[in-house]
Structure formats: C-alpha cells, structure tokens
Design a protein around this ligand. Structure first.
Ligand SMILES: [Zn+2]
Ligand SMILES: [Zn+2]
Length: 283
C-alpha cells in the first residue's frame, strides 16, 4: 500500500509499505477512506516533535471502514464505518481513569498514531485499543462530515467547553486555520457577546469573517486594541500538576512531556483534586 512517510527532518515521502496486521488482541485494522493533514504533522516535518520516529506513516485524523479486529475487540466489527481518535489509550491507567488520555502511560498510549506508530495517510492503519479509539459513524453522517471528530473538531469543542464562556463574554480565538474555525463554530454554540479571531492571512480572515456577522477577524495588533479596554480573564493552559516537576517538553514552550512526567505525578504533595479551572471542568 502507499503511505506518506516521515523520512527525516524536513522530508516526507510517499512509500510502499505492507498492509498492517493485528499485533495485539485489542487492535483493529482500518481501511482509510479519508484522512486529514494537521499542523502537528508539519511540526514533525519541521523537527518540533523529537519523539516522532523516522519511518512512521504520518497523520492522526482519519475515518474508514474496519477491515479486521483482534480477538479482544468488542465495540466494532469488520465492515463498520468508524472515526479514529487521535489518541490511543488503554482506558485503565491512572491518567486514563481521570480523563487525561493524552497522558496514557501505555507504550502505545497518547499521541502515538502518526508520531511513534504508523498513522493514517495510508490505505490502511492499525489502531491499538480499538475499543477506546474507534467510534461508529451513524448512517446519516457522511465520512466527510465525520472526519474532524478525531482531532480538530474535538479540540475546538474542548477549548470552548473549558473556557466557561457566558453570553457576556468577549472571546478571542488565536488563529483561523482548521482548528481555529472548528473552535469558532463551537464557541458560537455558547453565544458570547463578541468573538474576535486573530489571524494575519487574508484568505483565512475572509473565511472566518464570513461565518458569522458578529465575528471580528483582525490582525494581532487590531485584536490587541480591541481587547485592551476589556477586563481579561486568562485561563491557564497548564495547571500546576503538569508543571511540576518540569521535564523536557515535546512541544515548544514549557508544557512538560506527558509520558515523561506521568510517573511523577502521584508522588507530588499538592492537594488533590487540583483546583484549577481545567481540572475542575468536566472534560
Ligand atoms: Zn492534530
Ligand atoms: Zn492509559
């Protein structure tokens, strides 16, 4: 089969690879019908994801048809149309039990697809923990409509949810790429007083501005001017429990590497549960 492969820093290539097989009873193999490109794929290409393994097939957002399942898989069967979650997760470890599946401590847990194991820019993909990460697509929903469920739409929905938006709020969305647009659509469900999208690309400004009339699309400078008279609540992106102890990050910025920091968390002496808005929000 053909597979878009991460070769080395700065280089992807379309390669011939064998069709993946079931390696674990909890695996499924999915025939990919649609896959998307994420900025995280570009992060791999540009060397911002040190954990990415050269030789892996990229992409972590796809829909398809289940081709085969391992003996322990119960929620899907061959022939089912499914979405594939960007995260593969065991559902049983400390972090999975608390909803932080990105921090799953399993070897194939967290963001593995298209980073540490072969992803979905291919004709077939093996999905570990199929019972956790595959969801059946209803007959009334097309593959195209379901495609973003696995990553960018879920990200936008989550961002809107944890931001605790009220109808009195002004909401700033930074960036009007696919995830920004999905965030905008989800923020609109909360009906805030005003939405400002900060974006510098003219085409993206036009597309986000055309979605709703009260959405202001603005440059960084304009957005700053629009916001300056407004009392601002800054929602922390990372609460204390992800910040101590600090470990080398897989991301630009100061977010700790989830897999590296996970075993440390239970040994901290901070109060539990964490009182920050992210942890107290229902995720
Ligand atoms: Zn992504
Ligand atoms: Zn887990």
């Amino acid at each position: 089969m053909k597979a878009l492969t991460y070769i080395e820093h700065g280089k992807f290539a379309l390669m011939d690879k064998p069709i993946p097989e079931i390696l674990d009873p909890r695996d499924a193999v999915v025939r990919v019908t649609l896959g998307s490109i994420c900025t995280s794929d570009l992060h791999i290409k540009h060397g911002s994801v040190p954990r990415a393994v050269p030789g892996i097939t990229v992409s972590h957002e796809m829909v398809g048809v289940v081709e085969s399942v391992g003996s322990a898989v119960t929620s899907v069967q061959p022939g089912d149309r499914v979405t594939v979650n960007v995260e593969t997760f065991c559902g049983e470890c400390f972090f999975c039990q608390r909803g932080f599946v990105n921090n799953c401590t399993d070897r194939s847990g967290g963001w593995a697809l298209g980073c540490r194991i072969d992803g979905g820019q291919a004709e077939f993909v093996r999905v570990p923990y199929a019972d956790q990460g595959l969801n059946k697509i209803p007959d009334s929903v097309t593959d195209e409509q379901a495609l973003f469920v696995g990553d960018v739409l879920a990200t936008g929905f989550w961002a809107a949810r944890i931001s605790e938006i009220t109808e009195d709020d002004t909401v700033l969305i930074i960036g009007a790429g696919p995830t920004g647009i999905c965030t905008l659509l989800c923020v609109m469900l909360k009906n805030p007083k005003r939405i400002i999208v900060c974006e510098k690309d003219p085409a993206r400004i036009a597309s986000s501005g055309s979605i709703i009339p009260k959405c202001w699309s603005a440059s960084q400078k304009t957005a700053r001017n629009l916001l300056s008279p407004i009392p601002t609540t800054v929602v922390p992106m990372w609460c204390w429990k992800w910040q101590v102890p600090r470990t080398p990050s897989v991301w630009p910025g100061n977010a700790p590497g989830p897999m590296l920091s996970s075993p440390w968390w239970p040994s901290t002496t901070r109060p539990s549960p964490c009182p920050c808005r992210i942890c107290t929000a229902r995720i």
